[in-house]
Design a binder for this molecule. Structure first.
Ligand SMILES: Cc1cc2nc3c(=O)[nH]c(=O)nc-3n(C[C@H](O)[C@H](O)[C@H](O)COP(=O)(O)OP(=O)(O)OC[C@H]3O[C@@H](n4cnc5c(N)ncnc54)[C@H](O)[C@@H]3O)c2cc1C
Length: 343
């Protein structure tokens, strides 16, 4: 069986940052990911989507993340940046290596890995880090018709909605940005959201534009509604203010109502988790869980987040804490809070 000192599961920004720090500290480590590097960003950001966070806040391991227009990074710029970090630092990463199961074995861990080709492999590690993210599962409404093939949870390329009647469900960033982009791509867009208005924390460059488009009747806003049933060519929307329902003729439905944390590996490994959010319990100084040698990092530490409070910019310190815990050395001093919580 292949053996490693440390295996990091997850080649998102934080998993890669931990590998960079451990490498600098002289500790051998391997990063495994079920997808490509930055799989969450690759999969969930539609083409050309800009980060909310400014580039210096999402750069990792002290390597600058310049952007072409000195603007917030796009999906493509950030993925290119992650590739550059991996190559520059010569990080050992195996993509399309999905960890299907993991267990404690003596004073280490054994992993069952499924490779993209379908082949399987077992690996042993002395230390294990779960940097598996917090968006592993889509949220569902639990209504009839949700599993129809024209119902999706990810926008993808807005081009595909040209000439289509699209219902987007949700009132936060993903849904609001999707509404504006699908409308620009030539779709007839309906937006159903629970609030009287779209969420106040929608990106400041999206919200006023969307509100104006709704006011002008170019995008059809359906405040205080939820879908009740989805058929092949229509959706019934129910009013939250008292029973009456509207039926819309629709070609595509985008349920952009958020994601949930997948705690399967954590539970399998015996990590104690919060019953409401599935967030793991861990030592804040070392990021080590109740299972000796098993650390958690990145957005995986927050479980399912209703309002995002843990994101890339406040997870950099996890890499330093884990490196100090595994490789020894000083724990980083607490950084004072930034004035803007997220920018
Ligand atoms: C549209 C959109 C915009 C966003 N904008 C921002 C922003 O502006 N700023 C910000 O900080 N955040 C933003 N986020 C959230 C951002 O994606 C996360 O903060 C970031 O990806 C977290 O990094 P991470 O390394 O903790 O986890 P992730 O990037 O989620 O990485 C986890 C990795 O683990 C892998 N993995 C999981 N389970 C397994 C397994 N069993 N085996 C192998 N691999 C596994 C996944 O494939 C994934 O690559 C946004 C998200 C979306 C969808």
């Amino acid at each position: 069986m292949e053996r490693h000192d440390t295996v990091i599961i997850g080649a998102g920004p934080i998993g890669l940052e931990i590998a960079a720090h451990l490498g600098r500290a002289g500790t051998e480590c391997l990063v495994l990911d079920g997808g490509p590097i930055g799989a969450t960003i690759d999969r969930l950001f539609p083409p050309a989507t800009r980060f909310f966070s400014s580039p210096e806040r999402i750069e990792i391991a002290g390597i600058a993340c310049p952007t072409i227009a000195q603007e917030k990074a796009t999906r493509e710029e950030y993925l290119a940046y992650l590739r550059q970090v991996v190559d520059t630092l010569d990080l050992k990463v195996r993509t399309y290596h999905h960890v299907e199961a993991a267990r404690v074995d003596g004073d280490g861990f054994v992993l069952d890995v499924r490779i993209r080709s379908g082949a399987r492999q077992s690996m042993a590690a002395r230390h294990l880090v779960l940097a598996t993210g917090g968006m592993g599962r889509v949220r569902t409404l639990g209504i009839p018709g949700e599993s129809h093939p024209h119902v999706r949870h990810e926008l993808g390329d807005p081009h595909q909605y040209h000439g289509r009647r699209v219902l987007i469900v949700g009132g936060r960033n993903g849904a609001c940005e999707a509404a504006v982009r699908c409308w620009r791509a030539g779709a007839r867009v309906h937006l159903s959201y629970r609030g009287a208005e779209v969420h106040e924390r929608v990106k400041y460059w999206i919200r006023p534009e969307l509100e104006a488009l709704i006011e002008e009747g170019r995008i059809h806003g359906h405040p205080r509604t939820i879908p009740a049933t989805i058929d092949a060519a229509s959706v019934a929307l129910e009013s939250l203010d008292g029973g009456h329902s509207t039926t819309l003729e629709i070609d595509d439905v985008l349920l952009m109502i958020g994601y949930e944390h997948d705690p399967t590996l954590m539970k399998e490994l015996g990590i104690q988790t919060d019953p409401t959010t599935d967030a793991p319990r861990f030592n804040e100084q070392t990021m080590e869980t109740n299972v000796p040698g098993l650390h958690v990092a990145g957005t995986a530490t927050a479980g399912t987040q209703d309002r995002f409070r843990v994101f890339i910019e406040n997870c950099h310190v996890h890499a330093q804490r884990i490196t100090a815990s595994i490789a020894g050395g000083e724990l980083p001093a607490e950084r004072s809070k930034r004035k803007l919580e997220e920018s």
